[in-house]
Write a protein that binds this ligand. Structure first.
Ligand code: OOG
Ligand code: MG
Length: 266
């Protein structure tokens, strides 16, 4: 008999985050924790983040590329929340003292100009609401040991949110073909992976449309000024203390992420 319920899982996930403690996925004990239940838990954790003073700044997509879906063994794109506490200013080290086992992935990032309300949003209508496009890097940090989870677990865990960095170059969407926008992932000076925007559901605008339509189901809209991370274009790479990762985009500049200071886990 499981003793978990949505409120208990929401609390435990935030406690793990605060204490830098990983754990087994809840579905080991509560297999009924499906996508819908995961979203209910995710919304509860957002309420708790807001109640402790964080501000909602946007949304992130997860598992929008085949590279990510195959690696994480979850075959459905996800939507999760971004708050101001997740902003990592360019040039700052990964806050290792707050994280369990951070990994970094390259993402195409939108800043919204107009409100975007689903359902029925297409990639074209979604892109028309974007003000600027940026290169970015997301530092993900699952609360599940070894990043092992089902779709319900990872949705509940706010899609492994940790921190995100945005790049130095903002371009209006009309000036770029985002399917062809490429990124090279470099770890300590060695290229380890590459992709183009087409890796993200064919075009990152599809991810934005998906987010708007999914949020409509939850009674929410994408607001002007929000940041949208469209999902890792490649598999994520670990960023241990002392390492550095660079994401070099064709037109969106380079985003550098430096590993944190050595911090033994408690
Ligand atoms: C889930 C988070 C996914 C992305 O961009 O695909 C995500 C994970 O990989 O732990 O942020
Ligand atoms: Mg991501």
């Amino acid at each position: 008999m499981t003793t978990w319920d949505v409120a208990g899982v929401a609390e435990e996930l935030l406690r793990c985050e605060d204490e830098r403690r990983d754990r087994a996925p809840f579905t080991d004990e509560w297999p009924e924790l499906d996508l819908d239940t995961g979203y209910t838990i995710q919304d509860l954790t957002l309420e708790k983040r807001l109640a402790r003073g964080e501000t909602l700044v946007g949304v992130k997509l997860g598992l929008t590329s085949r590279a990510k879906q195959e690696r994480m063994n979850v075959n459905v794109p996800l939507v999760a929340w971004l708050t101001d506490a997740m902003v990592l200013p360019a040039g700052e080290r990964v806050p290792q003292e707050q994280l369990i086992h951070p990994r970094v992935e390259p993402e195409i990032v939108f800043v919204m100009g107009d409100r975007l309300e689903g359902p029925g949003v297409t990639a074209a209508t979604a892109m028309a609401a974007v003000s600027i496009v940026l290169g970015g890097a997301e530092v993900i940090d699952s609360r599940y040991r070894d990043f092992r989870f089902t779709a319900g677990d990872v949705v509940a865990d706010n899609a492994s949110s940790g921190a995100y960095v945005t790049g130095p170059v903002g371009v209006p969407p009309s000036e770029l073909d985002l399917s062809l926008e490429a990124v090279l992932v470099e770890v300590d000076g060695q290229v380890v992976d590459s992709a183009t925007g087409a890796a993200v559901l064919g075009h990152p605008g599809e991810a934005l449309a998906l987010a708007a339509n999914e949020l409509a189901r939850r009674g929410r809209v994408i607001e002007p000024g929000w940041v949208v991370l469209t999902g890792g274009m490649t598999d994520a790479v670990p960023i241990p203390p002392g390492s550095s990762v660079a994401m070099h985009f064709t037109n969106l500049g380079s985003v550098h992420v430096r590993g944190g200071e050595v911090q033994p886990c408690p």
